[in-house]
Design a protein around this ligand. Structure first.
Ligand code: KG4
Ligand code: ZN
Length: 335
């Protein structure tokens, strides 16, 4: 069989990333994270696009160099087409499209959320089909039944904020910089979940995080009225309490999904799957409920191009190529 050497490119939010994969084996994986957003408390789309313009060529060059490949050896270029920030997507996608055109090789369009799931196939152990995947990132919270590499069905999603946003917005109220998820995770380990935040009552496999955000806001407003240093004195306990509530929301719905489908092969994916409390809660289920659980390596949880190259490889095998005049889409459809 002809070698399949795929260059993967990811630029949907604030990470510019490139990776090279040969016949499904990862050769290089380069990420350049933008630090410029910390000062603003969130990703500023215009700042992100400009940074992608600066980073894209050096990042792709580095990925090829580390893989020991020349661009002329590539079989195809896979790139995130969406969902994400339009300006950010345009930089990566038009770069990928132009490079594919100039090398006269196929362009493969990748759905960012599919790619997060397929991160589970970069290394062993790999889940068996069908499996359930809880995909939790800064922009999405989804429960999926994954039937095959390129076939996944959404069985649950959020009515409002994503799990990552719940971490980031709570962190902002606590005075933490963006993205707050990793900081809440670190501080929570030093605290105890002594504060009770309500669990939203939403039907079936739907999620909601906006009520939690409001209850945290009101709670902090009430407490800081009498005690200006309430947040700093109780920071680690607040982080532990917020994290525990977000994890119970996620785990309760995941448990319901397992009950409803009878599928005990369970994976987590996306930036929030880097959370140590969530990882621990899933491991516990493996022991107590006999689930067969899959937790990605930390570098494959947050945005990366290895997962895009992986998705690209499966599409390459199916000759599922994008039209050369295709365009990125901020709200890319699921299938
Ligand atoms: O998948 P990702 O890198 O980008 C998107 O596609 O959105 O996810 C980013 C999200 C952010 O909200 C960030 O705060 C969260 O993942 N995150 C975490 C942790 N690491 C990243 N949340 C909780 N605990 C972590 N350790
Ligand atoms: Zn992501």
């Amino acid at each position: 069989m002809k070698e399949a050497t795929i260059l993967g490119i990811e630029s949907s939010c604030d990470d510019t990333a490139a990776a090279v994969m040969e016949n499904g084996h990862l050769l290089s994986n380069v990420v350049s994270s933008q630090l410029d957003h910390k000062a603003f408390g969130g990703v500023i789309p215009e700042v992100a696009s400009r940074a992608h313009v600066e980073h894209i060529i050096p990042v792709v060059k580095k990925a090829l160099e580390e893989a020991g490949k020349d661009k002329t050896e590539l079989s195809a270029i896979a790139c995130t087409q969406g969902p994400g920030l339009l300006g950010s997507l345009i930089v990566g996608y038009t770069f990928a499209r132009s490079l594919a055109q100039s090398l006269e090789i196929p362009l493969i369009a990748v759905n960012h959320m599919h790619a997060h799931v397929l991160a589970h196939f970069i290394e062993e152990p790999k889940p068996k089909f069908p499996f359930i995947c809880l995909t939790v990132s800064g922009g999405h919270t989804q429960l999926l039944v994954v039937e095959d590499y390129l076939s996944m069905t959404i069985i649950g999603s959020t009515l409002d904020d994503a799990a990552g946003e719940a971490f980031d917005k709570s962190g902002k109220m606590l005075g933490l910089s963006y993205p707050s998820g990793p900081q809440i995770d670190r501080l929570a380990r030093m605290g105890k979940p002594v504060f009770e935040f309500p669990e939203p009552q939403v039907p079936e496999l739907m999620f909601s995080f906006s009520g939690l955000k409001t209850s945290i806001l009101y709670f902090l407003q009430k407490e800081t009225k009498h005690d200006k240093s309430f947040i700093s004195t109780n920071l680690s306990d607040l982080c532990a309490s917020i994290q525990e509530r977000i994890i119970t929301i996620l785990m309760n719905k995941l448990t319901l999904a397992v009950e409803k489908t009878g599928i005990k092969e369970v994976a987590i994916a996306g930036g929030v799957s880097a959370n140590s409390g969530l990882r621990e809660a899933l491991r516990e289920k493996a022991t107590t409920e006999g689930w067969n659980t899959f937790i990605p390596k930390l570098s494959y949880c947050t945005d990366n191009a290895a997962m895009v190259a992986m998705n690209g490889y499966f599409k390459f095998l199916e000759k599922d190529y994008a039209a050369i005049d295709s365009a990125p889409s901020a709200r890319l459809k699921w299938n």
